[in-house]
Write a protein that binds this ligand. Structure first.
Ligand SMILES: Nc1ncnc2c1ncn2[C@@H]1O[C@H](COP(=O)(O)OP(=O)(O)OP(=O)(O)O)[C@@H](O)[C@H]1O
Ligand SMILES: [Mg+2]
Length: 261
């Protein structure tokens, strides 16, 4: 995908701090999400998951702002209302499927907790066509609708996790390391699905990914996080060409301690 000017901001994070006791996971991050794909990359422990958890309302920021594009603060909005009312949906690290439920039940759950419930008062009989639409994006799941989610392969669970998030009718979709543990072939088809998702419906998608090159190929804009801060940001093509990116990665060893004052 070629680099393009970013559209209107859908979500804006300003000077955000997230801590766990004395551990400072996110230290003054500012970032925005627009329609299309934005990549968030960085070494292990950089604070990427903590940042998206804060956006989803699952980690409490110590300070800073999280607002919609029109400036409305969401910092006090509980996580379930961010999903149901605002369409801010997180696909968590490590596959958030409901293991003992079938594939179909997982998708129906997404339909029930998401925005369709409010917008269209979804009746059980309406679920079929919506599920069919989701399955068009993830044909691998079609034959597995009656299987329990725990019996799917890792890649299929990742697809289901993404499909369930889409069932929530997201406006902003936060995807945390979807390719973790997948075969190269699975990664290709998952990334194709992610590309398709972003092209539909004007969703703003924030993609956290260990495969930095693959993420930057998909994304218009890229943020690089390092030890709780944004070390580098820009159009993906510029970031990909940057020597600072290489420096950031070469400098990124296993968790460096003793940083806090
Ligand atoms: N629940 C928690 N309690 C205490 N410390 C935590 C917790 N979650 C994360 N941390 C710490 O916060 C820092 C940032 O972690 P985070 O999971 O946000 O990083 P990440 O960039 O997502 O890493 P990875 O690429 O390995 O998933 C790390 O030092 C981590 O050990
Ligand atoms: Mg993480």
């Amino acid at each position: 995908m070629s680099a393009t000017a970013r559209g209107a901001e859908m979500l804006v994070v300003r000077d955000l701090h997230v801590s766990y006791g004395t551990i400072r996971a996110v230290q003054g991050v500012s970032l925005s999400i627009s329609a299309g794909i934005t990549a968030l990359v960085g070494a292990n422990g950089a604070g990427k998951s903590s940042l998206v958890k804060a956006i989803a309302g699952l980690a409490l920021p110590r300070s800073g702002a999280i607002a919609l594009g029109d400036g409305t603060s969401i910092i006090r909005t509980p996580s379930h209302r961010r999903v149901r009312d605002l369409g801010i949906v997180l696909v968590p690290e490590g596959r958030g499927v409901l293991a003992a439920m079938t594939v179909r039940e997982n998708l129906e759950f997404g339909l029930r907790v998401g925005r369709y419930r409010v917008a269209r008062d979804l009746a059980a009989t309406d679920a079929g066509p919506r599920i069919d639409t989701l399955l068009d994006l993830f044909p691998q799941l079609k034959d597995r609708l009656r299987s329990e989610a725990r019996l799917l392969s890792g890649g299929e669970q990742q697809m289901l996790s993404l499909a369930r998030a889409l069932a929530c009718a997201p406006s902003i979709l936060l995807i945390d390391e979807p390719s973790l543990g997948l075969s190269p072939a699975m990664v290709v088809s998952l990334f194709e699905a992610i590309g398709d998702v972003a092209a539909r419906d004007g969703i703003g998608l924030l993609l956290i990914e260990q495969d930095t090159r693959a993420a930057m190929r998909l994304a218009d804009y890229t943020y690089v996080m390092e030890r709780g801060e944004i070390a580098l940001e820009g159009e993906s093509a510029e970031v990909a060409a940057s020597t600072a990116l290489r420096a950031a990665y070469l400098g990124a060893g296993p968790a460096e301690e003793g940083e806090s004052a």
